[in-house]
Design a protein around this ligand. Structure first.
Ligand SMILES: Cc1ncc(COP(=O)(O)O)c(C=O)c1O
Length: 479
C-alpha cells in the first residue's frame, strides 16, 4: 500500500465523520466499555501481527471513529478544548510525519522559526516588545520572550520555575533550605486551575504556602484584599514568590481585574503571573479586549492556543515580559545538547521543561494564517456573545439558577433540585448522547456547565438541551 492511498483512506473517513458530526447525524459521545473497544478494534491482533493498512485500515478507521467524542457536533458544549480548524489538523499531520523536535534549532529550523514567530505574535498582542530576530547579536534593551509548551499546566509550572529563579537564583542548586532563607509563599484566589497547586507541589514549595486571596460573589479576586494577604505572608515570616490571577477562571469564566492587581505587584515588586490559558483570546477582539486590560503589567502570561485558538492539542505558551528571566530559569548543563556551535537560529531547549518538543507552533500558525487574526477574533466574539444570549435565555426559565453573568464563553446554571440531581441530569444527558456538557462546584454548590467552543453551536442548541432536561423531569419552563 502506498502512502497516498492510505492517506486517502484516512482523509475520506475523517471527512465523512466530521460532516456527519456537523450535521448532528452522530451522537456527540457514546461511551462503550473499554474492554469492548479493545476487542472491537482488534488491538491485540494488530499488535501481534501488524498489517493495519489498506482495507484493514479502512475498517479500523470506521470503527475507531465510532469511539470518539465528536467535538464538531454542535451539541458539544463541554471542556475547554478547541474544536479544531482543519488547518490545525494539517499542522498536526505535517509535524507528525516530519517529526521535527525543534527544541534545538538544528532539529527543525522551520518549526523553530515558526515557534519564534508565534511567540512574538503573542507578545505583541499582550503589548510587550517582541524578541529581535537575531537575538544573539543584540545586547541590552528589554524585550519579551517565551516558549511553546505541551499544555497550559506545563506553562504554569514553567512560570513558577521562572519566578523562583528570579527571586532565588540559588534555589536550583541549594533547594529551599539553603542559607536559612524564608519560606516562599504564593498568592492566588483559590479558584485557580488545579495546575497551579500542582506546580507549587512539584516545586516543593508546599501547597500550604498558597495564600488564598478573597474573591467577590462572582469568584473574581478582590484587589482591595491584596495588602492584607501580603501582610499575613510577611507576618508569617515568608517571602512572596508570585501572585497569580485568572483570566479567566476555569469554573465560571470570570476575569480577575488585572490592572489594579498588576499595579499592586509592580509597587510591591512581586512576580505577577496571569493564567489566561483560556481567556487571552479576548485580546483579539475589540469588544472584549478590555477584559485583559492591564495584562501588560504581568511578569508572565500563560496562553493556550489549543483552547480558544481553534488549534488541535497540544499547543500552549508561556510568555514573559523580560526574556532574561526565562533564559535563566533552568540552570543546567547537558554536554550532548548544550555546547558552542555555529547556528543561524534559536534553541528553545533552555526555556523548556521538555527535551523533545513537537513542532506545535505549526498547528496554531496554520490556523492563524488561514483565518487571519481578525477571523480568529470574530470566532472569539461570536462564542462570548452566545454565552451572553444563553444567559438571558436561561435567566428567563422558571427554577433555573444562573450564578454569574458570563464574561467569556463559559456559563454555569443549576436546574431545579439538589447537587446530586445536577450530576444525575448530566449522567442522563451524556448517556443519551445528543449533548456533552460538564459540571462544576461554584461557591460550594454543584452546577451544570456549558463551554461554547464549537463555532456551529447556537442558541437553538441550548434550547434543545433545556428541552431534554425537561424531559428528564426537571421543572424549568419559560417564566
Ligand atoms: C485557567 C486554566 N489554566 C490552565 C489550564 C490547564 O491547561 P492544559 O489543559 O492545557 O494543561 C486550564 C485548563 O482548563 C485552565 O482553564
Amino acid at each position: 500500500m502506498t502512502f497516498l492511498s492510505d492517506l486517502e483512506i484516512v482523509a475520506e473517513a475523517l471527512d465523512r465523520q466530521i460532516a456527519s458530526a456537523r450535521a448532528g447525524a452522530v451522537p456527540v459521545l457514546e461511551q462503550r466499555p473499554m474492554a469492548a473497544i479493545i476487542e472491537d478494534l482488534q488491538l491485540e491482533r494488530f499488535a501481534h501481527r501488524g498489517g493495519l493498512e489498506g482495507d484493514a485500515l479502512r475498517r479500523f478507521m470506521d470503527r475507531y471513529l465510532e469511539t470518539i467524542i465528536n467535538l464538531h457536533q454542535p451539541g458539544y458544549m463541554g471542556h475547554q478544548v478547541a474544536v479544531p480548524h482543519q488547518a490545525a489538523g494539517f499542522g498536526a499531520l505535517i509535524d507528525g510525519l516530519t517529526n521535527n523536535p525543534m527544541a534545538i534549532y538544528e532539529m527543525g529550523p522551520g518549526a523553530a522559526a515558526i515557534e519564534y514567530f508565534v511567540v512574538n505574535w503573542m507578545l505583541e498582542k499582550i503589548g510587550w516588545t517582541p524578541s529581535p530576530l537575531e537575538p544573539g547579536r543584540q545586547t541590552g534593551g528589554r524585550y519579551g520572550g517565551g516558549v511553546l509548551t505541551h499544555g497550559g499546566s506545563l506553562a504554569n509550572l514553567t512560570a513558577l520555575i521562572t519566578a523562583r529563579t528570579a527571586i532565588r537564583p540559588d534555589a536550583w542548586r541549594t533547594g529551599h533550605q539553603g542559607g536559612n532563607q524564608n519560606e516562599l509563599a504564593v498568592m492566588a484566589p483559590g479558584n485557580n486551575h488545579y495546575s497551579i497547586e500542582r506546580a507549587v507541589g512539584i516545586l516543593g514549595l508546599g501547597t500550604g504556602n498558597i495564600y488564598a486571596i478573597p474573591t467577590d460573589a462572582r469568584g473574581a479576586m478582590d484587589p482591595r484584599a491584596l495588602p492584607h494577604t501580603l501582610a499575613r505572608i510577611r507576618s508569617d515570616g515568608k517571602t512572596p514568590l508570585a501572585l497569580i490571577a485568572n483570566a479567566c477562571s476555569t469554573a465560571v469564566g470570570v476575569y480577575d481585574r488585572l490592572r489594579p492587581i498588576g499595579e499592586f505587584c509592580r509597587d510591591q515588586d512581586i512576580w505577577f503571573h496571569v493564567d489566561s490559558a483560556h481567556g487571552a483570546a479576548a485580546l483579539l477582539t475589540p469588544d472584549y479586549r478590555h477584559l485583559m486590560d492591564g495584562v501588560e503589567l504581568a511578569s508572565s502570561v500563560t496562553w493556550d492556543a489549543h483552547k480558544m485558538m481553534r488549534t488541535s492539542s497540544v499547543c500552549a505558551a508561556l510568555l514573559v515580559r523580560d526574556h532574561r528571566h526565562i533564559d535563566k530559569a533552568f540552570d543546567q548543563e547537558a554536554s550532548y545538547l548544550f555546547h558552542d556551535k555555529e547556528q543561524p537560529g534559536f534553541d528553545f531547549l533552555h526555556r523548556a521543561v521538555e527535551c523533545t518538543k513537537s513542532g506545535m507552533g505549526l498547528r496554531f500558525f496554520l490556523v492563524l494564517a488561514t483565518l487571519g487574526e481578525e477571523g480568529l477574533g470574530h470566532y472569539v466574539e461570536r462564542q462570548y456573545r452566545l454565552a451572553a444570549q444563553a444567559y438571558d435565555y436561561l435567566k428567563g426559565l422558571d427554577g433555573v439558577e444562573v450564578p454569574v453573568a458570563p464574561e467569556s464563553n463559559i456559563l454555569c446554571f443549576r436546574a431545579p433540585g439538589s447537587d446530586a440531581r445536577q450530576l444525575d441530569l448530566r449522567n442522563r444527558i451524556l448517556a443519551k448522547g445528543d449533548f456533552y456538557i460538564t459540571s462544576t462546584l461554584f461557591a460550594n454548590k454543584r452546577y451544570l456547565r456549558l463551554v461554547f467552543m464549537n463555532p456551529e453551536t447556537d442558541l437553538d442548541d441550548v434550547k434543545r438541551l433545556m428541552e431534554q432536561i425537561r424531559q428528564f423531569g426537571a421543572d424549568c419552563r419559560t417564566a
